[in-house]
Design a protein around this ligand. Structure first.
Ligand code: ZN
Ligand code: ZN
Length: 706
């Protein structure tokens, strides 16, 4: 076949190719190459037929993947030769109407930060969307949080209630326009509007721009509930101690750090250390909260992140945030709108009812949020981005799992910081952050989320995977599904951590995996959490672990780290009462009873948990005896550590197998240095380095043995 021979090719494109400007891109590419044909989409993705000279069709296929629009994420392109119809390049290439909704298998994109084009329009006094807080286009704006069902089309989103005005409709139907088929497109004439309400939910009577008035209230030191993209936030002037302290008190959140939103990268740099990897993360489409090393001179209220050397900073990701930050003129605390440990509020009625006692006023709007989605949290580690909480801006984009899933799977996750996952073919759809499955509202979020994901991605699970812990609500949910005929698969908690890590890195193992964690149910009936596993995706062998110690009082020992100090000191051979440690003096009323409880094994399950070892060290060092948020003692111990110190406490390893690494040796190191008057900052650093050395030794031993 010569280069000039006319060919016709049918093409199927699968992936995130809807609602991202893919069809206009195909149109421009095809017409630029003088090809005839059409492009359209249906529930499976985008279909294209092109006809023209063979070399032009070849160029078209190359450009299709190489030059795709920013939000497109192509999974697969399949091309099939057809018989040419005889049409010529002079005939139009057309964009076909959306096909009938068949199997709803298309992928939905994540919510995406306001793009540069929209920001320019937002600032253009001559434009019709000047300062419009809901401006968006094909390349940016709300997606996952407004999608009620698939295919992704305006009537199936929470924008269905807003009828487009004539100019908006014209843009929407013009293939050459940036807003061609941008489902959430709108303008001040036809789209959502802001309202400012008082704490009781009444519209404030004084006239004025709600956004400018909100900025004024924030500057006066008030706490404002602001409806965002995935839920309500609570906002306060980040530099105003009185405002941030009031927010903390009213929210019943004692010490857990708040995140801060800064107007732009320059403002973020005044708050924390921003290297190029952090800058990339801060300005990425996902716009996570990025944990930065805080600048000592940062103008941030002491209550924002008490006793913490790092600060969670994010940049505006909606036009509303951009306008607000510009108007306030300085960073604001922006934390999830909830009461203590409840999930983030996202329905107007609930938010008004629950946050009325916290917020002085509400900035709300009339675009509904269909699914609650918290901000994502990330940090830079060793020059690479590392997600700590993957939610808004990332979800529901799937992970590709090379082995694939022969049967459709629901994985129910654990209890704390729960996410679930639905999987089919080669896609794993990990959910948004659900939270701690300890109350009815979070459980509802979990069950409704599973139903929503099942509908969006057409997944009817045949297999349900669950944590081995029989008391987790997620496990109980899985067991109920088993009663309905699904096959059950229990997964050990730390094997799940390591398998997730493998999937995240596109690997299958086997690997030496180290899971240092708080709590996970072990098949031997003890509580695991300092584990060295030789693991692949499908199975594992426990190569070694921290030597178990009793947890006196069970869950009470998690809330009161001094109990773990008692257990570890006893395991280490006991401290000489003659030179009693401060931690013993502080807790002397209960100390002997707790030690006795541990020795007799009364309500004292054995644990190899790394979290409990950190708790013991933190309590002995006087960091804290009781916590008010998960992991607090370990977080503060890390903050205490002197970055300049390089010493490490040695820890012995008992051969096994499985080998047992003696955490109590590290505790002996701590009390030895304490007795010698070594500063706590140095001791904290030596403890951390001791843990690192122990991990290294455990890995080397495992490698020798396997
Ligand atoms: Zn845009
Ligand atoms: Zn309009």
């Amino acid at each position: 076949m010569g280069a000039s021979a006319v060919v016709r090719t049918a093409i199927r494109v699968e992936g995130i190719v809807q609602g991202v400007g893919f069809r206009p891109f195909v149109y421009t590419l095809a017409t630029g190459l003088g090809l005839s044909g059409f492009v359209g989409n249906d529930a499976d993705g985008v279909f294209v037929e092109v006809e023209g000279p063979a070399d032009a069709v070849k160029k078209f296929l190359l450009g299709l993947e190489r030059d795709a629009p920013p939000l497109a994420r192509i999974d697969r392109v399949a091309a099939t030769a057809m018989v040419p119809s005889g049409s010529t390049g002079s005939e139009a290439f057309t964009i076909a109407a959306s096909g009938p909704a068949g199997r709803p298998g298309t992928l939905v994109s994540a919510d995406t930060a306001t793009c540069a084009d929209c920001l320019r329009e937002l600032a253009d006094p001559a434009g019709r969307r000047f300062k419009y807080p809901f401006i968006n286009c094909t390349n940016c704006g709300p997606r996952f949080t407004i999608v009620r069902d698939v295919p992704y089309d305006r009537p199936l989103t929470t924008m269905a209630d807003f009828a487009m005005c004539e100019p908006c409709a014209a843009e929407y139907h013009d293939p050459a326009d940036r807003r061609f088929h941008a489902q959430p497109t709108c303008c001040p004439a036809c789209g959502p509007r802001l309202r400012l309400l008082d704490a009781a939910g009444n519209t404030l009577p004084e006239p004025g721009d709600p956004l400018a008035r909100t900025a004024g209230l924030l500057r006066e030191g008030q706490v404002i509930a602001i409806k965002g993209l995935g839920g309500y936030h609570l906002a306060a002037d980040a530099a105003c101690e009185q405002a941030v302290a009031a927010l903390r008190t009213r929210k019943h959140r004692e010490d857990k750090p708040f995140a801060v939103m800064a107007a732009d990268l320059a403002a973020a740099r005044r708050l924390g250390e921003v290297d190029s990897a952090a800058a990339d993360l801060l300005t990425s489409n996902g716009r996570p909260i990025v944990l930065l090393t805080r600048r000592p001179a940062a103008d941030i209220a002491a209550s924002a992140a008490p006793g913490n050397r790092s600060l969670g900073v994010m940049l505006p990701y909606t036009p509303l945030h951009h306008l607000l930050l510009q108007t306030v003129g300085r960073p604001i605390v922006l934390t999830s709108g909830n009461v203590s440990d409840e999930p983030i509020l996202f329905r107007d009625g609930d938010a008004l009812a629950r946050l009325g006692g916290i917020a002085d006023a509400f900035l709300i709007h009339d675009r509904a949020i269909h699914i609650r989605t918290d901000d994502s949290v990330a940090r830079v580690f060793a020059g690479r981005p590392m997600l700590i909480r993957r939610s808004r801006g990332y979800v529901p984009e799937p992970l590709s799992v090379s082995g694939g899933f022969p049967r459709q799977v629901l994985a129910c996750g654990a209890e704390l910081k729960n996410t679930f996952c639905l999987a089919r073919d080669h896609h794993a759809f990990v959910s948004h952050h659900i939270g701690d499955l300890e109350n009815a509202e979070t459980l509802r979020s979990f069950t409704e989320g599973i139903e929503h994901f099942g509908r969006l991605f057409d997944i009817t699970p045949q297999v349900v995977a669950h944590d081995l812990h029989p008391e987790y609500l997620s496990t109980k949910y899985a067991l109920e599904l088993a009663d309905e005929g699904l096959s059950l698969q229990g997964v050990q908690h730390h094997h799940a951590h390591i398998a997730s890590c493998l999937a995240d890195n596109g690997a299958e193992g086997p690997v030496i995996g180290v899971a240092f964690d708080g709590t996970g149910y072990g098949p031997d009936g003890t509580i695991w959490g300092g584990e060295f596993l030789v693991a692949g995706l499908a199975g594992f062998e426990r190569a070694g672990h921290l030597a178990p110690v009793p947890m006196p009082g069970g869950a009470a020992a998690i809330r009161q780290p001094w109990r773990m100090a008692a257990a570890y000191l006893d395991a280490a051979g006991g401290a000489d009462p003659a030179d009693a440690l401060d931690v013993m003096r502080r807790n002397q009323a209960h100390w002997p009873a707790i030690v006795a409880m541990a020795r007799k094994g009364i309500n004292s399950p054995l644990t190899s948990s790394a979290g409990r070892l950190f708790d013991a060290a933190a309590a002995i060092l006087g960091v804290r005896d009781a916590i008010n948020y998960e992991g607090q003692a370990a977080v503060e111990l890390e903050q205490l550590a002197d970055p300049g110190e390089t010493g490490a406490y040695p820890a012995g390893i008992e051969a096994g197998p499985p080998f047992r690494a003696r955490g109590s040796d590290l505790v002996l190191g701590v009390i030895g240095d304490l007795a010698a008057g070594t500063p706590p900052e140095v001791i904290a650093a030596r403890f951390h380095h001791g843990v690192a050395a122990l991990v290294e030794a455990g890995c080397l031993l495992t490698r020798e043995r396997h």
